[in-house]
Design a protein around this ligand. Sequence first.
Ligand SMILES: NC(=O)C1=CN([C@@H]2O[C@H](COP(=O)(O)OP(=O)(O)OC[C@H]3O[C@@H](n4cnc5c(N)ncnc54)[C@H](O)[C@@H]3O)[C@@H](O)[C@H]2O)C=CC1
Ligand SMILES: O=C(O)C(=O)COP(=O)(O)O
Length: 412
Amino acid sequence: MSLPTSFPKSDIRVLLLEGVAPTAVESFRNAGYSNIQVYDKSPPPELLHQEIAQAHIVGIRSRTHLTAEVLSHGRRLMAVGAFCIGTNQIDLDTAELAGIPVFNAPYSNTRSVAELVVAEAIMLMRGIPQKNAQCHRGGWSKSAAGSHEVRGKTLGIVGYGHIGTQVGVIAEALGMQVIFHDIETKLSLGNARMAMGLDDLLERSDIVTLHVPETPATQGMFGQAQIAKMKTGAHLINASRGTVVDIDALAEALRSGKVGGAAVDVFPAEPQGNADPFVSPLVGLDNVILTPHIGGSTLEAQDNIGLEVAAKLIRYSDNGSTLSAVNFPEVTLPEHTGSTRLLHIHRNVPGVLSQVNDVFSRLGVNIDGQFLRTHPKVGYVVIDVTATQEQAAQVREELGRIPGTLRTRVLY
Ligand SMILES: NC(=O)C1=CN([C@@H]2O[C@H](COP(=O)(O)OP(=O)(O)OC[C@H]3O[C@@H](n4cnc5c(N)ncnc54)[C@H](O)[C@@H]3O)[C@@H](O)[C@H]2O)C=CC1
Ligand SMILES: O=C(O)C(=O)COP(=O)(O)O
């Protein structure tokens, strides 16, 4: 991979996909970036490859898969922004080894997902999906049969992280009993109680809601065996990732009545954009609330995500700070007014730092400040110097020759 050069902001191409919020575009413009390309959906592979090949900064949401193959087209790519929470759609290790930090918005849509889930819990307990469908067909079924208040019912939360805990807090305010299961030991909020494992949670819950990330361990974690452990007629909510649930097993359980109802926001295969068709074995089942992956899609959340992730990308581009990167050594940096800043990203092998320092002493450039952080495979060192542009360019060239160098950049 050829090493990118440092150049004016107007030459830094920012590619924003999947309808990233206008607040992100404004943030980039306000920071002096004018070369911004925006798409309202995830482009098909060929176009994505072409666009990635031109881009220095890429912003995506959950739909665009930045695999090793896609990233290999990003010859100039210096940073990726996931304008969402999940980063499972990005090959984080490949990005790190290519010297590309990835940033996300870990909290900005948490509340939006939690509100939707609690609303769905109420709807499911009242049998609203079926009643709504009947009314739309001209039917009328005024009856209390199978309809319940949520007060006093048990909500089982699988994955008690940011979203899971928020769901629990709101559900408790409605008088629900909250139990949870997580692979980590978690502090219970309010009166929530940890279940004695997933099976225990499934056996006790009137509603089960999933809030795990997509990982090798969570893919397919909810299938026939887990459904069999649920109370007959209990409900399932999935606003995590589509791969977590065996959707055919769920469809079957919804038809048989083993699962009373479901609210599903995420699917193993989702359309690329709004004009593309949606196909799922759950389509046509009256006892299911289907939503098009909009758990985090509120204007409040999207505006905040746009600001938050754009700010992180701009900070990295302008200042070199990798604070809160999800795949990269985190370096927090002061401003560098009055000095030139060099960034050196390298494989974390013995001897690189001494070779870096050697370049400065050989070229007679004094170091004003140095910041280093390492991960097992990658090291990131930032060096502030007082140097002319010519000296900085010369240093950078020499730094690029050090074996193990992944990327260098100069911030004037
Ligand atoms: N539908 C939508 O629009 C949205 C979906 N999401 C999804 O929700 C997921 C969760 O988001 P957050 O709560 O912010 O993440 P988080 O990282 O704060 O919480 C996830 C929790 O799941 C636990 N966990 C991981 N593997 C597990 C396993 N095998 N079994 C049980 N627990 C496990 C973790 O220990 C953690 O406590 C995201 O990764 C994303 O995929 C997030 C935002 C919007
Ligand atoms: O934040 C997440 O992880 C989500 O799933 C939301 O994704 P989106 O930005 O709506 O494509």
